[in-house]
Write a protein that binds this ligand. Structure first.
Ligand code: KIV
Length: 295
């Protein structure tokens, strides 16, 4: 039996993602952080929506993903949950939410599902996280893995650098991917690695790979919504394709509004509320008052 949404499209599940890999149907993934954009993405037919910890940068204005908190991630996941009827909903576990103890990590993963309605959580890291990921999966929570350029490791990596460029680094990535695959991750994000390495990992693992800066041969692709829509303020990374310039569009609209307000063109009469004609006439009488004076 398949679960259908109100609009009778099939809901995307862990099983659908696995089937898509087998059928070579690319998995379309996108981040979202609020009700409006999540609803637009869901209705546009995105398969997987990630409430990414990139929230820290693109929505909250931090210069890395590190400061975003569990409470902030839960708050935004709830908003996205209210919008998403079709896509598989993944919440990113923020830095610090799974690093101090496995018990705390499991509790935080449960909060994403129980309190915020996520269907899965994403955890950055390879072999060193496998035991934890296995424990979360054993608690019935699907986990999406994330290897390669893992932004929460920015200080250890010495910056946001493409990973997997030496033989040793490629071997380590393959070991990470295979270990996560054996643990049963629902999908595996490959970020910032050479195309050739992504090809090899995608062939090696049963789980669908979702690339970002990993070339076109992954089982799916993910972009950060603000990158796709042109709502960022720095030059985009090489792997980003801007599908529109919403920043310019919105700025144009705000400038037109500013000019209309300053020039008296907004609001027009048609955009105003009116009293019934009789009350208008009474109000226009000299000395008329709508306030009853005491005698
Ligand atoms: O936080 C995020 O947006 C992500 C994607 C880049 C995969 O982790």
């Amino acid at each position: 039996m398949s679960i259908t949404t109100g609009d009778f499209r099939q809901r995307i599940t862990v099983q659908t993602l696995a089937e898509k890999k087998l059928k070579h149907e690319p998995i379309v993934s996108l981040t979202a952080y609020d009700y409006a954009t999540a609803r637009i993405a869901d209705e546009a037919g995105v398969d997987l929506i990630l409430v990414g910890d990139s929230l820290a940068q693109v929505v909250l204005g931090y210069d890395s993903t590190l400061p975003v908190t569990m409470e902030e991630m839960l708050h935004h996941t709830r908003a996205v949950r209210r919008a998403v009827k079709h896509a598989f909903l993944v919440a990113d576990m923020p830095f610090g939410s799974y690093h101090t103890s496995d018990d705390a990590a499991l509790e935080n993963a449960v909060r994403f599902v129980k309190d915020a309605g996520a269907e899965s959580v994403k955890i950055e890291g390879g072999l060193s996280r496998v035991a934890l990921i296995q424990r979360i999966i054993d608690a019935e929570i699907p986990v999406v893995g994330h290897i390669g350029l893992t932004p929460q490791s920015v200080h250890r990596m010495g910056g946001y650098k493409v990973q997997g460029k030496t033989t040793a680094a490629i071997d380590a990535l393959l070991r990470d991917a295979v270990a996560l695959d054996h643990a049963g991750v629902a999908a595996l994000v490959l970020e910032g690695i050479p195309r050739e390495v992504a090809v090899r990992i995608t062939a090696e693992v049963a789980t669908p790979t979702i690339g970002i800066g990993a070339g076109p041969d992954c089982d799916g692709q993910i972009l950060v919504f603000h990158d796709l829509a042109g709502l960022t303020f720095n030059p985009p990374a090489k792997f980003v394709r801007r599908y529109c310039n919403a920043g310019e569009l919105i700025s144009g609209a705000i400038q037109a509004y500013r000019d209309d307000v300053r020039g008296g063109a907004f609001p027009a009469d048609a955009e105003s509320y009116h009293l019934p004609r009789e009350a208008q006439r009474a109000l226009a009488e000299p000395g008329a008052s709508v306030v009853q004076r005491k005698k």
